[in-house]
Write a protein that binds this ligand. Structure first.
Ligand SMILES: *[C@@H]1O[C@H](CO)[C@@H](O)[C@H](O)[C@H]1NC(C)=O
Ligand SMILES: *[C@@H]1O[C@H](CO)[C@@H](O)[C@H](O)[C@H]1NC(C)=O
Ligand SMILES: *[C@@H]1O[C@H](CO)[C@@H](O)[C@H](O)[C@H]1NC(C)=O
Ligand SMILES: *[C@@H]1O[C@H](CO)[C@@H](O)[C@H](O)[C@H]1NC(C)=O
Ligand SMILES: *[C@@H]1O[C@H](CO)[C@@H](O)[C@H](O)[C@H]1NC(C)=O
Length: 464
């Protein structure tokens, strides 16, 4: 009898185990599909989840074994704050938050503020705060704010140059400037920053220069109010704006650590005012740009067969990968390790970078869930990571100037798209020189532009 029961048990096990396995498999499948369909039902922007701590060296970053724990910020305030937001959008921990739609600016702001009240009140964080440099404390105290009002803006249009446009502008030149840099702005207006129709640098069938397009221009400024200089500058700036229509100024202190605010406010203004503009050049007012070449380069990008798919991710510049925070306390780039730990994401140097109008809108959107970071180009990199987009390196962006001696070559400036850094008087001279050598240097290729190969990001051993 016992023998028979035993046999029956064996049969039962034989029959049932596969059934149980199948049921478990089905359950897992259903669960996965629910999560994916939820992730798929999000509104416009696909959320790219970034697990913190994909680094391999303990001296740079906390090394989390598990992405769901909150204790992986290594005592660094920024990492801790951002972790709160990244957890909120973690598709595994909080699948419901992926079903967004109901999100708006005020809910994003509430989310960022919530992190602040949670984190800053921690004893350990208070201690870290006290040990930060003065500049970083100042940044942290205003880090939650990004709603500064505009003091001066171009009159309803996307910068200077709207007159007589016969097609959508190809590029908006958005140049970071300050109140005191009037001479820089004048030099740019007269040279590479001229707005309106700009010819490119290839020949059309009739032998004339073409490949160009329409250029718009805007200068981005904070408030340079300075008691020792007096209030007269803002009056001058207003006159400058009346004359040229290319001033966009907001009411925040124009300091190095506030440049990120400039980025975010610019994206917001661009999204409202420039819905037709195809590309943005964003850079400093002490660079020299080979605008005709830039136009032609961008036209070529638009002609590529997959352009409509890749343009939403398009960003080129001098790309820096594996950068480390600067830990020298006298440097203007100094970031104490009590504030940020980790390797910087891949980013394009802020001296000059070009990206698409489409990407600008995506950056604005994703920036709402990334806390401001004091170094503006690194911040753009942080946003790019969350868009699952990669900036592309182009060797013709010389944000660290020419290699020794190469500047002297006759056609040197015709082979570049950008060089940093040049004084206003040099910019004017270079522009005049380029006109003289243009015919001779017409066909020289851009630096590093090998026919048919794509440029790739390189690793710079630079500490930024
Ligand atoms: C923003 O979204 C929240 C919910 O996420 C909602 O309570 C609030 O009313 C919304 N605000 C506006 C201005 O739409
Ligand atoms: C104000 O201007 C003076 C003179 O140019 C300068 O030394 C000082 O650092 C400025 N102060 C601020 C807060 O920018
Ligand atoms: C940024 O601007 C705000 C508003 O003017 C100011 O309070 C803050 O001190 C500035 N931050 C830095 C780091 O200069
Ligand atoms: C762009 O903006 C203008 C004015 O703000 C508006 O009339 C136009 O419909 C917009 N075009 C697109 C494609 O959104
Ligand atoms: C900067 O660092 C040096 C040593 O690296 C230290 O002696 C000095 O006190 C620091 N200065 C500040 C303002 O923290």
């Amino acid at each position: 009898m016992a023998h028979v029961t035993c046999r029956w048990r064996a049969v039962l096990i034989c029959v049932c185990s596969p059934c149980i396995a199948v049921v478990l498999l089905l359950a897992t499948l259903v669960l996965c599909m629910t999560v994916t369909s939820r992730a798929g039902s999000q509104r416009s922007e696909p959320v790219h989840f970034v697990a913190p701590g994909t680094f391999s060296d303990e001296s740079f970053a906390p090394l989390p074994k598990t992405f769901w724990e909150l204790g992986q910020h290594g005592g660094a305030i920024w990492n801790r704050l951002q972790l709160t937001i990244d957890h909120h959008f973690n598709p595994i921990l909080r699948p419901d938050n992926i079903q967004r739609g109901s999100e708006n600016d005020s809910s994003f702001e509430a989310l960022r503020k919530q992190g602040f009240s949670e984190v800053i009140n921690l004893d350990s964080m208070r201690k870290s705060f006290d040990q930060l440099s003065h500049q970083t404390q100042e940044f942290l105290s205003h880090m939650h704010r990004r709603d500064y009002p505009a003091l001066i803006q171009p009159d309803g249009v996307c910068g200077a140059g709207a007159k007589d446009e016969r097609e959508a502008p190809l590029i908006l030149l958005a140049i970071k400037s300050t109140e005191l840099h009037f001479r820089h702005r004048q030099a740019i207006r007269r040279t590479w920053g001229r707005a309106g129709r700009v010819a490119g640098q290839w020949r059309n069938s009739k032998g004339g220069a073409d490949g160009g397009g329409y250029v718009r221009r805007v200068f981005l400024l904070g408030n340079g109010r300075n008691e020792s200089v007096g209030g007269s500058l803002s009056e001058l700036l207003r006159m400058e704006s009346d004359r040229y229509g290319d001033i966009l100024q907001w009411d925040f202190r124009d300091t190095f650590f506030n440049l990120t605010v400039k980025d975010v406010l610019f994206w917001s203004w661009f999204s409202r005012s420039c819905n037709r503009t195809l590309f943005v050049f964003k850079g400093d007012d002490d660079v020299f740009v080979n605008t005709p070449r830039m136009m032609t380069y961008l036209r070529d990008q638009l002609k590529k067969p997959q352009a409509h798919e890749t343009i939403g991710d398009f960003m080129i510049g001098d790309v820096i990968a594996g950068g480390l925070p600067n830990r020298v306390n006298q440097s203007k780039y100094f970031i104490p390790d009590g504030f940020y730990k980790g390797i910087y994401p891949t980013y394009a140097g802020g001296g000059g970078v070009v990206y698409s109008g489409l990407l600008t809108r995506r950056l604005l959107h994703v920036s709402k869930r990334v806390h401001l970071f004091p170094i503006d180009d690194v911040y753009v990199g942080m946003c790019m990571v969350r868009l699952n987009a990669q900036p592309v390196h182009h060797p013709a962006f010389l944000t660290f100037d020419f290699p020794d001696g190469e500047e002297e070559e006759l056609c040197a400036y015709h082979t570049i798209l950008l060089v940093h850094k040049r004084r206003p008087i040099q910019v004017v001279q270079l522009w005049a020189d380029m006109k003289i050598t243009r015919a001779q240097c017409w066909d020289v290729p851009l630096r590093g532009a090998l026919e048919g190969t794509q440029t790739q990001s390189v690793i710079h051993p630079k500490i930024h």
